[in-house]
Design a protein around this ligand. Sequence first.
Ligand code: PMM
Length: 287
Amino acid sequence: MSIGHPAGLPAALLGVDRTLIVGVLNVTPDSFSDGGRYRNAQAAIEHGVALHTAGADFVDVGGESTRPGAVRVAASEEEHRVLAVLSGLKAAGVPTSIDTMRATTATAAVAEGAFLVNDVSGGLADADMYGTVAGLGVAYVVMHWRGHSTTMQSQATYTNVVEEVSRELQARIAAALAAGIAPGAIVVDPGLGFAKEADHNWGLLQSLPEFTSLGYPVLLGASRKRFLGNLLASPDGQVRPVDERDGATSAISALAAAAGVWAVRVHDVPGSVDAVRVGRAWRLGRA
Ligand code: PMM
């Protein structure tokens, strides 16, 4: 359906002709949605297998929370959290990516089978990331980011959010290319919720064609995020709880698929499996 895949995709996914579903697996005590649930490697592996069985094309494993205000963990702790999980998922035949801002963790994760490095900092958190990814030859997600979780919400100031996010992303892409990452390996992500207020996220979603037309596959991570909780707040102002935002997440997956987004990163896989089929048919005008 003319959404090109990045280089390095596992053979089993090459023929997939729709928006991919990325299952979220946070092996952390403090992520906003699934934090604390999969601290034990075996429980995490079982959940990753369940995500894949439910229809996730691959599972994104992270060992460091990026929720607003989260403090960083040591590299050794991050690796301890994710490597056994990646290894177990590889043994179970589940394709994986690694959600990390660290070059050393990326290298160790690729050795355990991860085919894509999902860097929410777009290379800004670790000066070694681009060179490392270039050497590894894996696919690389460049996400829009302005700073670590402790400070990012104070950096959510924009005159024109679409123009600024696009410009800043293009600067990151240029730096990644200059460091030797192949153009075909790059995936872009506007970074919903990262140094963004709710209406910044909506503005970016309204202008998705600005991002899909950059010439790289686009990944979106809207799943269960706070701007959905705010949108769905009850009349008395109670924000919709995290685990009651899956319908809204699926709606975004359908709209993303209709807009030609390459992949959606979600916690609830079945809702998005159906949603991307709807979005694909909507986009193509046929089933
Ligand atoms: N969001 C989170 C973590 N990793 N990666 C990408 N590429 N895009 C995102 O929007 C993104 C991400 C935060 O959500 P989580 O705590 O549920 O993982």
